[in-house]
Design a protein around this ligand. Structure first.
Ligand SMILES: Nc1ncnc2c1ncn2[C@@H]1O[C@H](COP(=O)(O)OP(=O)(O)O)[C@@H](O)[C@H]1O
Ligand SMILES: [Mg+2]
Length: 330
């Protein structure tokens, strides 16, 4: 029997109070991350990736409601009491945001920022925390760590600050890191360096990662498994290499055809129309209005997950169209 995954979301719905009614932001999301595994959560902007991560951290804004089950190491995250929740957030999991500058207090030094959490929770005393922060800073390629500890966030470049955020995430030795577009806000020239450092660190420490990005190619390159999200729902999950070699959902296939690396300009328009939010989707498949394979049933009836070739794919026609998707992609 395979052991239970370290982290599992089952049938998550997130709803937002809106003008006397409710608006669905995330619908029926299920995914899991095993110990030591990296999983990519991929989708266009607005598809519900950050809302799902916020639900997993219990950081959803007021007026939103999460339903379903989120389990970490067997515990039920959505019902954790105040103390357990604090422990979960400070020791078991860590979150790396897209924009480091928006998540650091500009009036505190880097050293204070890095050490106060672990000191506050009693995990380390100040001297230990400082020593460990310096060691981690060296690990992520920050030279002159002792001097950096006395600096303020505005004195650091975006790339350097994101390395500080990686140090902050690693410092309490969490078992799972949620990385929400960790390099998207950085200059293109430093994106790959920061990504490489993050990967090296999580691999060395065997930390699990849920890696959120809009970039399917990047996610496929750095993760073991992928979950592809569209309009608040996951449309395809499976092993990363298999999905990028042979996508089975038309949306995944469209994302792969959009990649500039395929060089042909016509493919940049491979997905016609615009992405929709979960609440804008009709009764049928949310991708139907943009799908070249959509038939009447797709517009009328929401597809359930189907198991095929070791994947989970939410498409009525997946068996029929699988081989045609591959032809189109080649
Ligand atoms: N605080 C909020 N209030 C209202 N709507 C929100 C809020 N946060 C996110 N949304 C909406 O939820 C949907 C998913 O957003 P999000 O998870 O941030 O997308 P992304 O996949 O780009 O991370 C979007 O339609 C977005 O407009
Ligand atoms: Mg986001």
């Amino acid at each position: 029997m395979t052991p239970a995954p370290l982290f599992r979301i089952q049938d998550l719905h997130v709803r937002l109070r809106h003008r006397g009614g409710e608006r669905t932001l995330v619908r029926e999301v299920s995914l899991s991350v095993r110990s030591g595994q990296s999983v990519g959560l991929v989708g266009e902007s607005g598809s519900g990736k950050s809302v799902s991560i916020k639900a997993a951290m219990r950081l959803l804004p007021r007026g939103t409601r999460a339903e379903g089950r989120i389990a970490f190491d067997g515990g039920d995250v959505l019902t954790l009491g105040r103390r357990e929740l604090a422990r979960y957030r400070s020791r078991e999991v860590a979150l790396i945001h897209q924009d480091p500058r928006a998540h650091i207090n500009p009036t505190r030094t880097v050293g204070a920022f890095l050490t106060e959490g672990v000191v506050h929770t009693g995990q380390m005393n100040r001297a230990e925390a400082t020593e460990r922060a310096c060691a981690l800073m060296a690990d992520v390629g920050i030279t002159d760590a002792a001097r950096r500890l006395h600096q303020y966030p505005h004195q650091l470049s975006g790339g350097l600050l994101q390395r500080v955020m990686i140090v902050a995430a690693l410092l309490p030795s969490p078992r799972l890191i949620f990385a929400d577009e960790p390099t998207t806000a950085l200059d293109v020239t430093v994106q790959s360096d920061v990504m490489a450092i993050l990967l090296e660190q999580i691999r060395e420490r065997q930390v699990s990662m849920l890696f959120v990005t809009h970039d399917l190619d990047l996610a496929a390159a750095v993760t073991d498994r992928l979950a592809v999200m569209y309009a608040g729902s996951i449309v395809e999950t499976g092993p990363s290499a298999e999905i990028s070699a042979r996508p089975l959902h038309p949306y995944t296939a469209g994302l792969l055809q959009c990649r500039p690396s395929t060089a042909e300009v016509k493919r940049l328009t491979a997905i016609p129309g615009r992405p929709v939010a979960a609440h804008e989707a009709g009764t049928g498949c949310s991708f139907a209005p943009r799908c070249p394979f959509a038939v009447e049933r797709c517009r009328a009836e929401r597809p359930h997950d189907r198991s095929i070739e070791g994947r989970t794919v939410a498409c009525h026609r997946v068996e029929e169209i699988a081989d045609r998707l591959e032809e189109r992609a080649s």
